[in-house]
Structures are given as structure tokens and as C-alpha cells.
Write a protein that binds this ligand. Structure first.
Ligand code: AMP
Ligand code: GLY
Length: 428
């Protein structure tokens, strides 16, 4: 089968790496891809939001399956576009526009959870005509206040503040469109939950599902979870506090009710549901849903999948998911992100990277996030540059391998957090 993978980050490199090992893959095309993926498939210069261009490419190259890495094409309706297409009958992994609203609208997601009795923080939502009501509603919550832009805001749409006056300003800035344009002209205010976070992933066709390994990511730029939010600075899998008991609770209280809820609401969903959970006491609550895999979580969960990933996606799209046997690896994985100086603020690119080919004897692999190759040299081309995935018998062991790689790979201004996993392993 010819496969087209949409995206260009570490998540897509990990997917491409795994797909390239599939026994049913004929050719792999990646749009737009990055420097690390050139040896795994053909990098294609396509605007992935231009669905007609994606369709033309798919038709010309006899693509049988499209895998969508990030949320934007899904929320914009790429699945609906291909379902309606008379020119191709290519299968697309991912939910339709309505299902993708689980990520595309916080209000939709919260109303969905409320309707289906899925544990989540108490909330209220407001639109741009209700500024005074939203400000007044702060009285119903205790600080810290959690204020979320309803729409997609590139991971930056959540503000948490102790200060009432800052909360009021955030509400005004969001609802007026100043902060996040249309994405903020509706907001959700919710109760702050205290606990440890974990990401769980279900591959579902709306009836049956398989659970991928769980992971914990580290979102802040600074050690000890301080400083600005980023796309993610590292991840580990498995997550020690996801015991059998916790997983059972997550399944029975959240994952199964979500899949049943979608069906009850008449929303067909064929793709991945990412459950951003928080453990409060010993119980799971949903912080957010996403409609795709996580980045950098994918860089630790995909290496732990033993079975054929393309076969999984093909089974998903052809109604055979329940017959698929998902085999995972007991061994742990960790990933440490090597970022450009200045990230998540302004940063420079085009710094030459050295040491990637000098990792012999280290159990792990390097996934490229923001790189470009030119004349056999690799250069930085983004804020998050490389994901250094270590393997080991346990997370501690895996982390040693990630950090061995981090010491060997260099570029001007390279930054990484030295405390990935430390909170969980009590190494801090
Ligand atoms: P989200 O984009 O909804 O995942 O939120 C980004 C981050 O904000 C989450 O990963 C949490 O760390 C934090 N967060 C969001 N909602 C809450 C909440 N209700 N209570 C505590 N922390 C939250
Ligand atoms: N790592 C969080 C995300 O992919 O949204």
C-alpha cells in the first residue's frame, strides 16, 4: 500500500519510522516531512491545509491511506473532504469535523463530558457578548483561575492565574479577539484540579478500541516545571502511577463512556482519541481531549508498539479493528527534546548539528522535529529540533540513554531539560 503521512515534527518522524517497517507498505510519502525522514520515504512539498492539492497528489501517486499527524487538518474537515470526494477513495485515519470538535472546541468537549457523566472540572462557558457575565462568574471559582480559549490556539490557549485582576484581563483579551482572534471569542472558565497528569490514547472505530501505551509529557520550558509552556520538552512511557487499578478506572469512567457517548450523539469517529487526564486523589479526570497522537508522547509510545502499525491503521479504516491484535513492548522509553536557544520565544535556525551519527552503543534513536538537511549535513530548522528517545528495562534506564545522546549531540545554543521523569522517579 502507498501511504501519505501529513506533518513534519518528531511525532511524524516516529510514525514514519514505524510505518517504514510495515510488511504491507509499498511506498511512504510525507508532506512536508523534515530532514530526518528523507531516508524513510519521499518528502513532498505540499500545503496540508490545501485539501484539493493533497487529493491531487494522492490520486497521482495511487495513495491508499492518509495518516493525519496534527489537529488542524482534522478540525478543518479533511476527513469529510475525502469522504465526499468522487475522485479518490483513499482511506483517511482520523475523525471527521464533528468528532474533531472534541479538540477543536473546549466548550463542545466540556458539554459532551457533562452530558455523558465523564469526570472533568466544573466549568462555565461564555461568548463575546457575555464579558460582564464571565467576569462576574469568577466569583463562583476559587483561585487559581483556569481560563481557556474555546478554539485551537497552538497549545497556548490556557491561562492559569491566582490574580483576579489578571483573570479579568484575560477574559477581556480573549473575548474581544485580541488574544487568540476567533479562537478566543468563546471561553471556558473551570475549576483548578490538582494532581499528576498522564496522556492515554485509544485507537477507535467508534465501536471497538485498542489502548496504546500511556505516557507523561513535560510541557514547561524550565526544570521543575517552571517557565513558559512549550509543545513539550520530553516524555516517558510507561507512567509508574498508571497502575492496573488506575487504568481500570480510566477505562470505565472515561474511555468507554467517551466512545459510547460519541455513538449516542450520532458522531462517527474513526481515529485516535487522546485523553489528557489528571489524577486527583486516586481518580482520573479529563483535562482535555485531542483528536490525534501527542507530540512528544508519540516518540515514546510508538517505539513500544511491537505489532505492525500500518496494519493497525488499515484494520481501523476497513472495519476490522476488533480482529487486530495489538502487541506492546514491556520495555520502557523516554524522550528528551533538544531545543533551539530562545524557544518557546524567538529562536535562530540553520545551526549545524553534530554528533547524530556518533551514537553507537546507546540503546535509542533520534527523531527529528525541526531539522533540514543539505549536502549531507543536518541543520536546525525549528524550536524543537530533535527528540532523543532512549530505551531500557525501566524508565530510569531509558532516561540514561536519552541523556547520553543529549551529551553527544551538539549545535549552537542547544537546550534541554535535565529533569525529565525526575518527579515520577523521585530523583529530583
Ligand atoms: P489544555 O490545553 O486544556 O491541556 O491545558 C494545558 C495545561 O493547563 C494542562 O496540561 C494542564 O497542565 C493545565 N490545566 C488545564 N486545565 C486545568 C485544570 N482544570 N486544572 C489544573 N490544570 C489545568
Ligand atoms: N504533548 C501534548 C500534545 O501533543 O498536545
Amino acid at each position: 500500500m502507498n501511504v501519505l503521512l501529513l506533518g513534519s515534527g518528531g511525532r511524524e518522524h516516529a510514525l514514519a519510522w514505524k510505518l517504514s517497517q510495515s510488511s504491507i507498505l509499498r511506498s511512504l510519502h510525507i508532506a512536508p516531512g523534515n530532514g530526518g525522514m528523507e531516508s524513510l520515504g519521499v518528502n513532498v512539498d505540499l500545503d496540508i491545509m490545501d485539501f484539493a492539492a493533497v487529493e491531487r497528489y494522492a490520486k497521482r501517486n495511487d495513495i491508499g491511506l492518509i495518516i493525519v499527524g496534527s489537529e488542524a487538518p482534522l478540525v478543518a474537515g479533511i476527513v469529510d473532504f475525502f469522504h465526499a470526494s468522487e475522485r479518490t477513495n483513499v482511506m483517511v485515519v482520523g475523525p471527521n469535523k464533528k468528532g474533531a470538535q472534541l479538540e477543536g472546541s473546549k466548550e463542545f468537549a466540556k458539554d459532551f463530558m457533562w452530558r455523558h457523566n465523564i469526570p472533568t472540572a466544573r466549568y462555565r462557558s461564555f461568548d463575546h457578548t457575555e464579558v460582564a457575565e464571565a467576569v462576574k462568574a469568577l466569583q463562583e471559582f476559587r483561585p487559581p483561575f483556569v481560563i481557556k480559549a474555546d478554539g485551537l490556539a497552538g497549545g497556548k490557549g490556557v491561562v492559569i492565574t491566582e490574580s483576579v485582576s489578571e483573570a479579568e484581563n484575560v477574559i477581556r483579551d480573549m473575548l474581544s479577539g485580541t488574544a487568540f482572534k476567533d479562537a478566543g471569542r468563546k471561553i471556558v472558565i473551570e475549576e483548578f484540579l490538582e494532581g499528576k497528569e498522564v496522556s492515554m490514547f485509544a485507537v477507535t472505530d467508534g465501536e471497538s478500541f485498542h489502548l496504546l501505551p500511556s505516557a507523561k509529557d513535560y510541557k514547561r520550558i524550565g526544570e521543575g516545571d517552571t517557565g513558559l509552556n512549550t509543545g513539550g520538552m520530553g516524555a516517558i512511557s510507561p507512567v509508574p502511577f498508571v497502575t492496573d487499578e488506575f487504568q481500570e478506572k480510566a477505562l470505565n469512567q472515561i474511555i468507554i463512556p467517551t466512545i459510547k457517548g460519541l455513538k449516542k450523539d450520532g458522531i462517527s469517529y474513526c481515529g485516535i482519541i487522546f485523553f489528557g487526564l489528571i489524577r486527583v486523589g486516586s481518580d482520573p479526570y479529563v483535562i482535555e481531549y485531542n483528536c490525534r497522537l501527542g507530540d512528544p508522547e508519540t516518540e515514546v509510545i510508538i517505539p513500544r508498539v511491537k505489532s505492525d502499525l500500518l496494519h493497525l491503521f488499515e484494520s481501523l479504516c476497513s472495519g476490522l479493528l476488533s480482529e487486530y491484535d495489538l502487541v506492546t513492548d514491556e520495555r520502557a522509553a523516554s524522550t528528551v527534546i533538544l531545543a533551539s536557544a530562545g524557544y518557546p520565544g524567538a529562536y535562530e535556525t540553520k545551526k549545524e548539528i553534530s554528533g547524530i551519527d556518533d551514537l553507537e552503543g546507546i540503546d535509542g534513536m533520534v527523531f527529528h522535529a525541526g531539522t533540514k538537511t543539505s549536502r549531507n549535513k543536518t541543520y536546525t530548522n525549528g524550536g524543537r529540533v530533535l527528540a532523543l528517545t532512549g530505551r531500557g528495562t525501566d524508565v530510569e534506564d531509558a532516561l540514561k540513554n536519552s541523556y547520553r545522546m543529549a551529551e553527544k549531540i551538539q549545535f549552537d545554543g542547544a537546550y534541554y531539560r535535565k529533569d525529565i521523569g525526575a518527579d515520577i522517579l523521585d530523583l529530583a
